[in-house]
Design a protein around this ligand. Sequence first.
Ligand SMILES: C[S@@+](CC[C@H](N)C(=O)[O-])C[C@H]1O[C@@H](n2cnc3c(N)ncnc32)[C@H](O)[C@@H]1O
Length: 306
Amino acid sequence: MAPHTVRPVLKWAGGKRQLLPQLRTFYPASFSRYYEPFVGSGAVFLDLYNMNRLHAATVHLSDINADVIGCYRMIRDCVDDVIAALRALEDDYERRGEISFYDVRDRQFNPARRDVHRAPDPSAAYTPPLAAMLVFLNRTGFNGLFRVNARGEFNVPAGRHDHPRICDEPNLRRLSSAFTLPGVTLAVQRFDDAVADAREHDFVYLDPPYAPLTETARFTSYSAGGFGPEQQQALQRTVVALARRGVHVLLSNSCAPQIRELYARNDEVRAAGLAARVVAARRAINSRATGRGPVGEYLITNVARA
Ligand SMILES: C[S@@+](CC[C@H](N)C(=O)[O-])C[C@H]1O[C@@H](n2cnc3c(N)ncnc32)[C@H](O)[C@@H]1O
């Protein structure tokens, strides 16, 4: 890896680092603006940034998760304070391990987060300590999951980590510089609003919560509540509309039957110039050991392979 490569600060369900070699072959040779409406850990944004493909572009990063966007804004605007708070959390974790995790989660993060989520725009009410706690819980919690219960409390249990790297100061500073690049915006938005003004020659990478492969998975998946079959259908309509406008589109999704129906066997999709290709991928976050092997995923795109 190049010495100044910026890595994602959060481990995210569906993080795309493992799929980057396949995704890269479908980055357009040139584009005007870049949109990533399901940004999560930002693996593809950072890949383009590391390749120096974004220096002249306007970049719209968005996600529906206000905690992620609030945390990124704090890393952008107050990186010194985030680093100082994260160092203190790291020291405490080294002394007290799991006890420190639950103490932070239940006595500090959740009460502070409750206040922030009462604000009209929770992402704008985020603070450096809250951002540091989100990174800390993500790096020491189970599998880097972000999950809240019905009362809106973050309830992911502690993970099994020997010596997790909690505060990677140089990487946080580089990430802060990436978010500070002129033209980069961070917003809490639904995907359809986020790409509404994308036009010809822009590049949109879409990485929604994956459609579950089986009915059982549908009920256990983190996406079950938020991104069901109707949302997948709405996303397909958005993707077709973008392609018709001449936007360079790249979408990743699972090989679930619904996705095959929506994209691989659909005349409108073909007429819009989109093709669905299956690529091999290895999922890092999966609660069942049997789900960790290589699986096929769809890349749906109108970009010719490099
Ligand atoms: C598969 S993850 C993206 C992972 C990302 N590509 C990465 O490398 O980490 C899907 C993301 O979509 C977001 N999301 C879910 N529903 C959404 C919606 N309706 N509009 C925008 N974002 C949404 C989730 O918060 C989550 O961060």
